[in-house]
Each structure stands twice: as structure tokens, then as C-alpha cells.
Design a protein around this ligand. Sequence first.
Ligand SMILES: NC(=O)c1ccc[n+]([C@@H]2O[C@H](COP(=O)([O-])OP(=O)(O)OC[C@H]3O[C@@H](n4cnc5c(N)ncnc54)[C@H](OP(=O)(O)O)[C@@H]3O)[C@@H](O)[C@H]2O)c1
Length: 253
Amino acid sequence: MKTVFITGATRNTGLAIARRFAREGWNVAISSRDKASAQATADVLQREFPVTVRGYAMDLDQVESIKDTFRQVQQDFGKLDAFVANAANLGIDCGLLNTSEEEFDAIVDVNIKGSFFCCRNAAQLMKQTGGGSIVTIGSVQGTGAVPGRTVYGMTKAALAALVRYMAYELGQYGIRANNVIAGAVHSCRWDTLTDAQIATRRSQYPAGRESTEDEIAAAVFYLCSDHAASITGTDLTIDSGISACLLHYQKKE
Ligand SMILES: NC(=O)c1ccc[n+]([C@@H]2O[C@H](COP(=O)([O-])OP(=O)(O)OC[C@H]3O[C@@H](n4cnc5c(N)ncnc54)[C@H](OP(=O)(O)O)[C@@H]3O)[C@@H](O)[C@H]2O)c1
């Protein structure tokens, strides 16, 4: 039975990814900063699917915490076939002119440093057991600009670069690495929007709709499956056509 580890998987897209792998018969490890949430989510998935699901407390801005968690995953599952760097500090309202050093560090520590050390630990484990697949969750905000997401966008661009280097360095060990560039994904944050705000958002997207979390999960699962055995070092963009626009798209509420 294969094993996947997904960071930040107690809600939204991470949870949808965890559920998709569990439905496909994979054992699932999930992390959260909060042990109780990780455990509660693992218990729910464990009841839903006939696979083993474990929840771990992990601080993405603490390299020792990352190391300890991967050690625990290795002990519990013996191997790792896929790793998904999903958790992120969304860095809302952190533009070039208004971001403090503390805010900058908090975003970069989680999104770049944390993802880097997670990927390294995942790769070390996969290298021992004959390979695997790593997927990072990127964003259209790493390839194009919107107001107030400068630091976040920089970190998502860094993930895309990390994926290229991982593909290059790790291919010899049977490890693939790819980046899913998500556009607008319908998360629980949409629950607070009015119908008018949602309609305005949708009118901005060429496809006329946002992505569902399940659609992102399907792409991640595909990239970790044997169907994608020759795909590495790439971006898979799932953005309702947002990044195809030059002048039309303007992020509005
Ligand atoms: N939603 C979108 O429209 C969209 C669009 C493009 C890309 N993405 C990307 O897709 C991924 C999932 O997005 P989402 O909307 O599902 O995210 P989310 O629910 O806001 O966050 C996912 C998880 O990341 C962890 N996290 C959040 N802030 C953190 C922080 N400051 N430090 C450490 N961990 C933190 C949380 O885990 P715990 O609280 O359990 O620790 C959370 O459950 C992210 O990488 C995001 O950048 C999302």
C-alpha cells in the first residue's frame, strides 16, 4: 500500500487532497500546527476509508520539528511514496511598501524554508525506498501580480524554482517533482462573500468559475500516479484561465 504525506491538511485544499488519496487506497499522513486538529482530521478520514491515516503536529518554521515529523512518518509507515507541500502562510496584505520584517520572515520561513526542508526530508526518505513523487502547491500569484501579495507571490515563485532543481537533482533516485499552479480555489473563505462578490469574481475568470478543491486534489493525485511517470520539473496550471489574460483580469472583490 502506498503512503502520502500532505502538510496543512485539516481543511480546504489540503483536506481534499488527503481525502482523494485515501479514496484511492493510499495510506495518508497529514500535518497541522495543531496536534488536536491533525488527530481529529485523521480520525475522520480513518472512519471514512479502509486505509491508515495519522495526524502529526509539525511547525513548518522549525527545521527540527520537520525532521522529527518525517522520522515519525517513517517509523509509522516505513516508506513515503508521495509528499505534497500544501500548507502556506497566505501573506494577505503584505505588499512591497507595507510589510514589516517580522511579517516577511513569517511568510518566507513557512513557505520557502519550511517547504524546502520538508521536500529535503521527503526526498531523503524516498531515496532510501526507490523513489516517489513530490508536488508543491504554487499560485498564479507567483507568476503574475495582484495587490498586496508581493511576499506570498515571491515565495510561490520560489517553489516553482525548487521543483526544477528537485527534478534535476532527484531524477537519478526515481523521484519526480512538480508544481501545481492554482488560480482561484473555492475554499471556506468564500463562505463570507456575498452573491454579488462571488459573481464579480467569477466574471473575471475566462472559465466563468473558480476551481473546486477536488479539482486541485485530482491534479495532485494524477501527478503522483504512474500515469505521470515521465512528468517531472513542470508546472500544471489550474486557474480557470486567469494567467492566460494580459489586461482583462483584475482581482476585485
Ligand atoms: N485557496 C486558493 O484560492 C488558493 C489559490 C492558489 C494557491 N493556493 C495554495 O493552495 C494551498 C492550500 O490553500 P488553502 O486555501 O487550502 O490554504 P489554507 O486553508 O489557508 O491553509 C492550509 C493550511 O496551511 C497551514 N497554514 C496556514 N497558515 C500558516 C502559517 N502561518 N504557518 C504555518 N502553517 C500555516 C494551516 O494548517 P494548520 O492551521 O492546521 O497548521 C492550513 O490548514 C496553499 O499552498 C495556497 O497557497 C490556494
